[in-house]
Structures are given as structure tokens and as C-alpha cells.
Write a protein that binds this ligand. Structure first.
Ligand code: SAM
Length: 212
């Protein structure tokens, strides 16, 4: 998701009380930031944040951190927060490549990846958020029983991701190639913006859950 650059979006994010700056020392301090010891779930590539904000609304006992690379996209999410402030959510504008600078070992309970950019060229494979390089980063911040949940409608990216789960030495807990028809895996499913868009044109949604 790459919205037109919105002039002033970087400055607006820098001033926003729900936004953590990439330069801020957050590693090991998320319980202080949220003021409690509740579990921390993060979404990488949250786009405009519909999914993570809905989860935060439904689960006040869980802390959520939304991560998004582009200020112009993140700004849309922050505008929604002005309308309905939520205590249990924060945002970071950053490239997830540097995620280990922001979270300590065992600090994260769950990572959501939704409709991640496919990076179709082979030479860009390590930029995919489900590459083995990213699984290594997730390994460094997730609790031992933590999980990664990934949804997409992209067949090539999903097949690649299934392979990377095993190449990274992770365990594939569950997967489906038609989430919305899978009664068990679809239970409580919160749709993302892309999921609504692609399922409305008939694309099946793939989902996997991986752990170590
Ligand atoms: N998750 C949302 C959804 O399902 O509606 C948005 C999906 S959109 C295709 C992918 C989003 O991930 C974009 O907003 C993009 O800027 C963000 N993104 C891609 N690579 C990223 C990275 N390395 N770090 C942080 N965000 C990233």
C-alpha cells in the first residue's frame, strides 16, 4: 500500500502521542510504555490499521503495536485514532528489517503479517516478510510459545512462505488455502482492508500459523 505522499505526514507522526519514534529506546520497556504486563501482539505492514485497531477494540487485555513503513499510510491510521482513542495500541513508522532494535527477546507474544508485499523478483526474496531472514528476526523477539500468523491471497507468496517456515526450522501449526470456507480457522477472523478487497472479487484467502 503506497498512498500519495502526504506533505507534513512525517512531522504529524513525530508529534503524535500514539506513535513511538524509531529512535526511542523501547527495547525491554513495552510494559512501561503500556503501563501493564499484558501480552504484546504486533502487526507488521499494518497499512491503514483497520485490522489491528479492531483487534485492540475487541481485546483490551492485549497490547498491540502496529508497524508500517510509510508515514502517509500510517497517518490514515492515526487519524482514525483521533476519532476513537484506544489505550492498548501504539504505532511505529519503521522498516521491519530493524524490528530487533525495538523489541527485546521474549517481549512479543504474537506477530501478524497480513497481505505482505510479494516482492516477486527472486533477488528480492529476503525482503519478503515471510522469508527465513525475517523468521530469524521473529525468533529473536518472540516468546518461546509465540506464533506468527500470515494471511495473503497471493499463491506464489504463500507457497514460498510454507517453504520458508520449514527452511527456518519452524513448525507449521495450521494452514488453509481457503480461510473463509474453513470453519475452524475462520472462527473470530478479523478481515483486513486487502482481505475485504480481494475476497470481494472471489480470491480465496490463504492463512498459515507457525511456531517454533
Ligand atoms: N496489512 C494491510 C492489509 O492487509 O490491508 C496492508 C497490506 S499492504 C499490501 C502491505 C503494507 O505493508 C503496506 O502498507 C507497506 O507499506 C507495508 N510494508 C511493507 N514492507 C514493510 C516493511 N519492511 N516494514 C514495515 N511495513 C512494511
Amino acid at each position: 500500500m503506497r498512498l500519495r505522499n502526504i506533505p507534513g505526514s512525517r512531522e504529524a507522526i513525530a508529534d503524535n502521542c500514539w506513535c513511538i519514534q524509531e529512535t526511542q529506546k523501547t527495547k525491554g520497556t513495552w510494559n512501561i510504555i503500556f503501563g501493564n504486563t499484558n501480552p504484546v501482539h504486533i502487526e507488521i505492514g499494518m497499512g491503514k490499521g483497520k485490522f489491528i485497531m479492531e483487534l485492540a477494540r475487541q481485546n483490551p487485555q492485549i497490547n498491540y503495536v502496529g508497524i508500517e513503513k510509510y508515514s502517509s499510510v500510517l497517518l490514515r491510521g492515526l487519524q482514525k485514532m483521533e476519532e476513537e482513542p484506544l489505550e492498548n495500541i501504539r504505532f511505529i513508522r519503521m522498516d521491519a528489517e530493524n524490528i530487533c532494535d525495538m523489541f527485546d527477546k521474549n517481549e512479543v507474544d504474537k506477530i501478524y503479517l497480513n497481505f505482505s508485499d510479494p516482492w516477486p523478483k527472486d533477488r528480492h526474496a529476503k525482503r519478503r516478510l515471510t522469508s527465513r531472514q525475517f523468521f530469524d528476526r521473529y525468533h529473536q523477539i518472540l516468546k518461546q510459545d509465540g506464533v506468527v500468523e500470515f494471511k495473503t491471497d497471493n499463491t506464489d507468496l504463500f507457497d514460498f512462505s510454507l517453504n520458508e517456515v520449514s527452511e527456518a526450522g519452524w513448525h507449521l501449526d495450521q494452514f488453509t488455502r481457503d480461510l473463509h470456507q474453513d470453519k475452524q480457522m475462520n472462527q473470530g477472523n478479523v478481515m483486513t482492508e486487502y482481505e475485504e478487497r480481494f475476497s470481494s472479487i472471489g480470491n480465496p484467502i490463504y492463512k498459515l500459523i507457525a511456531s517454533r
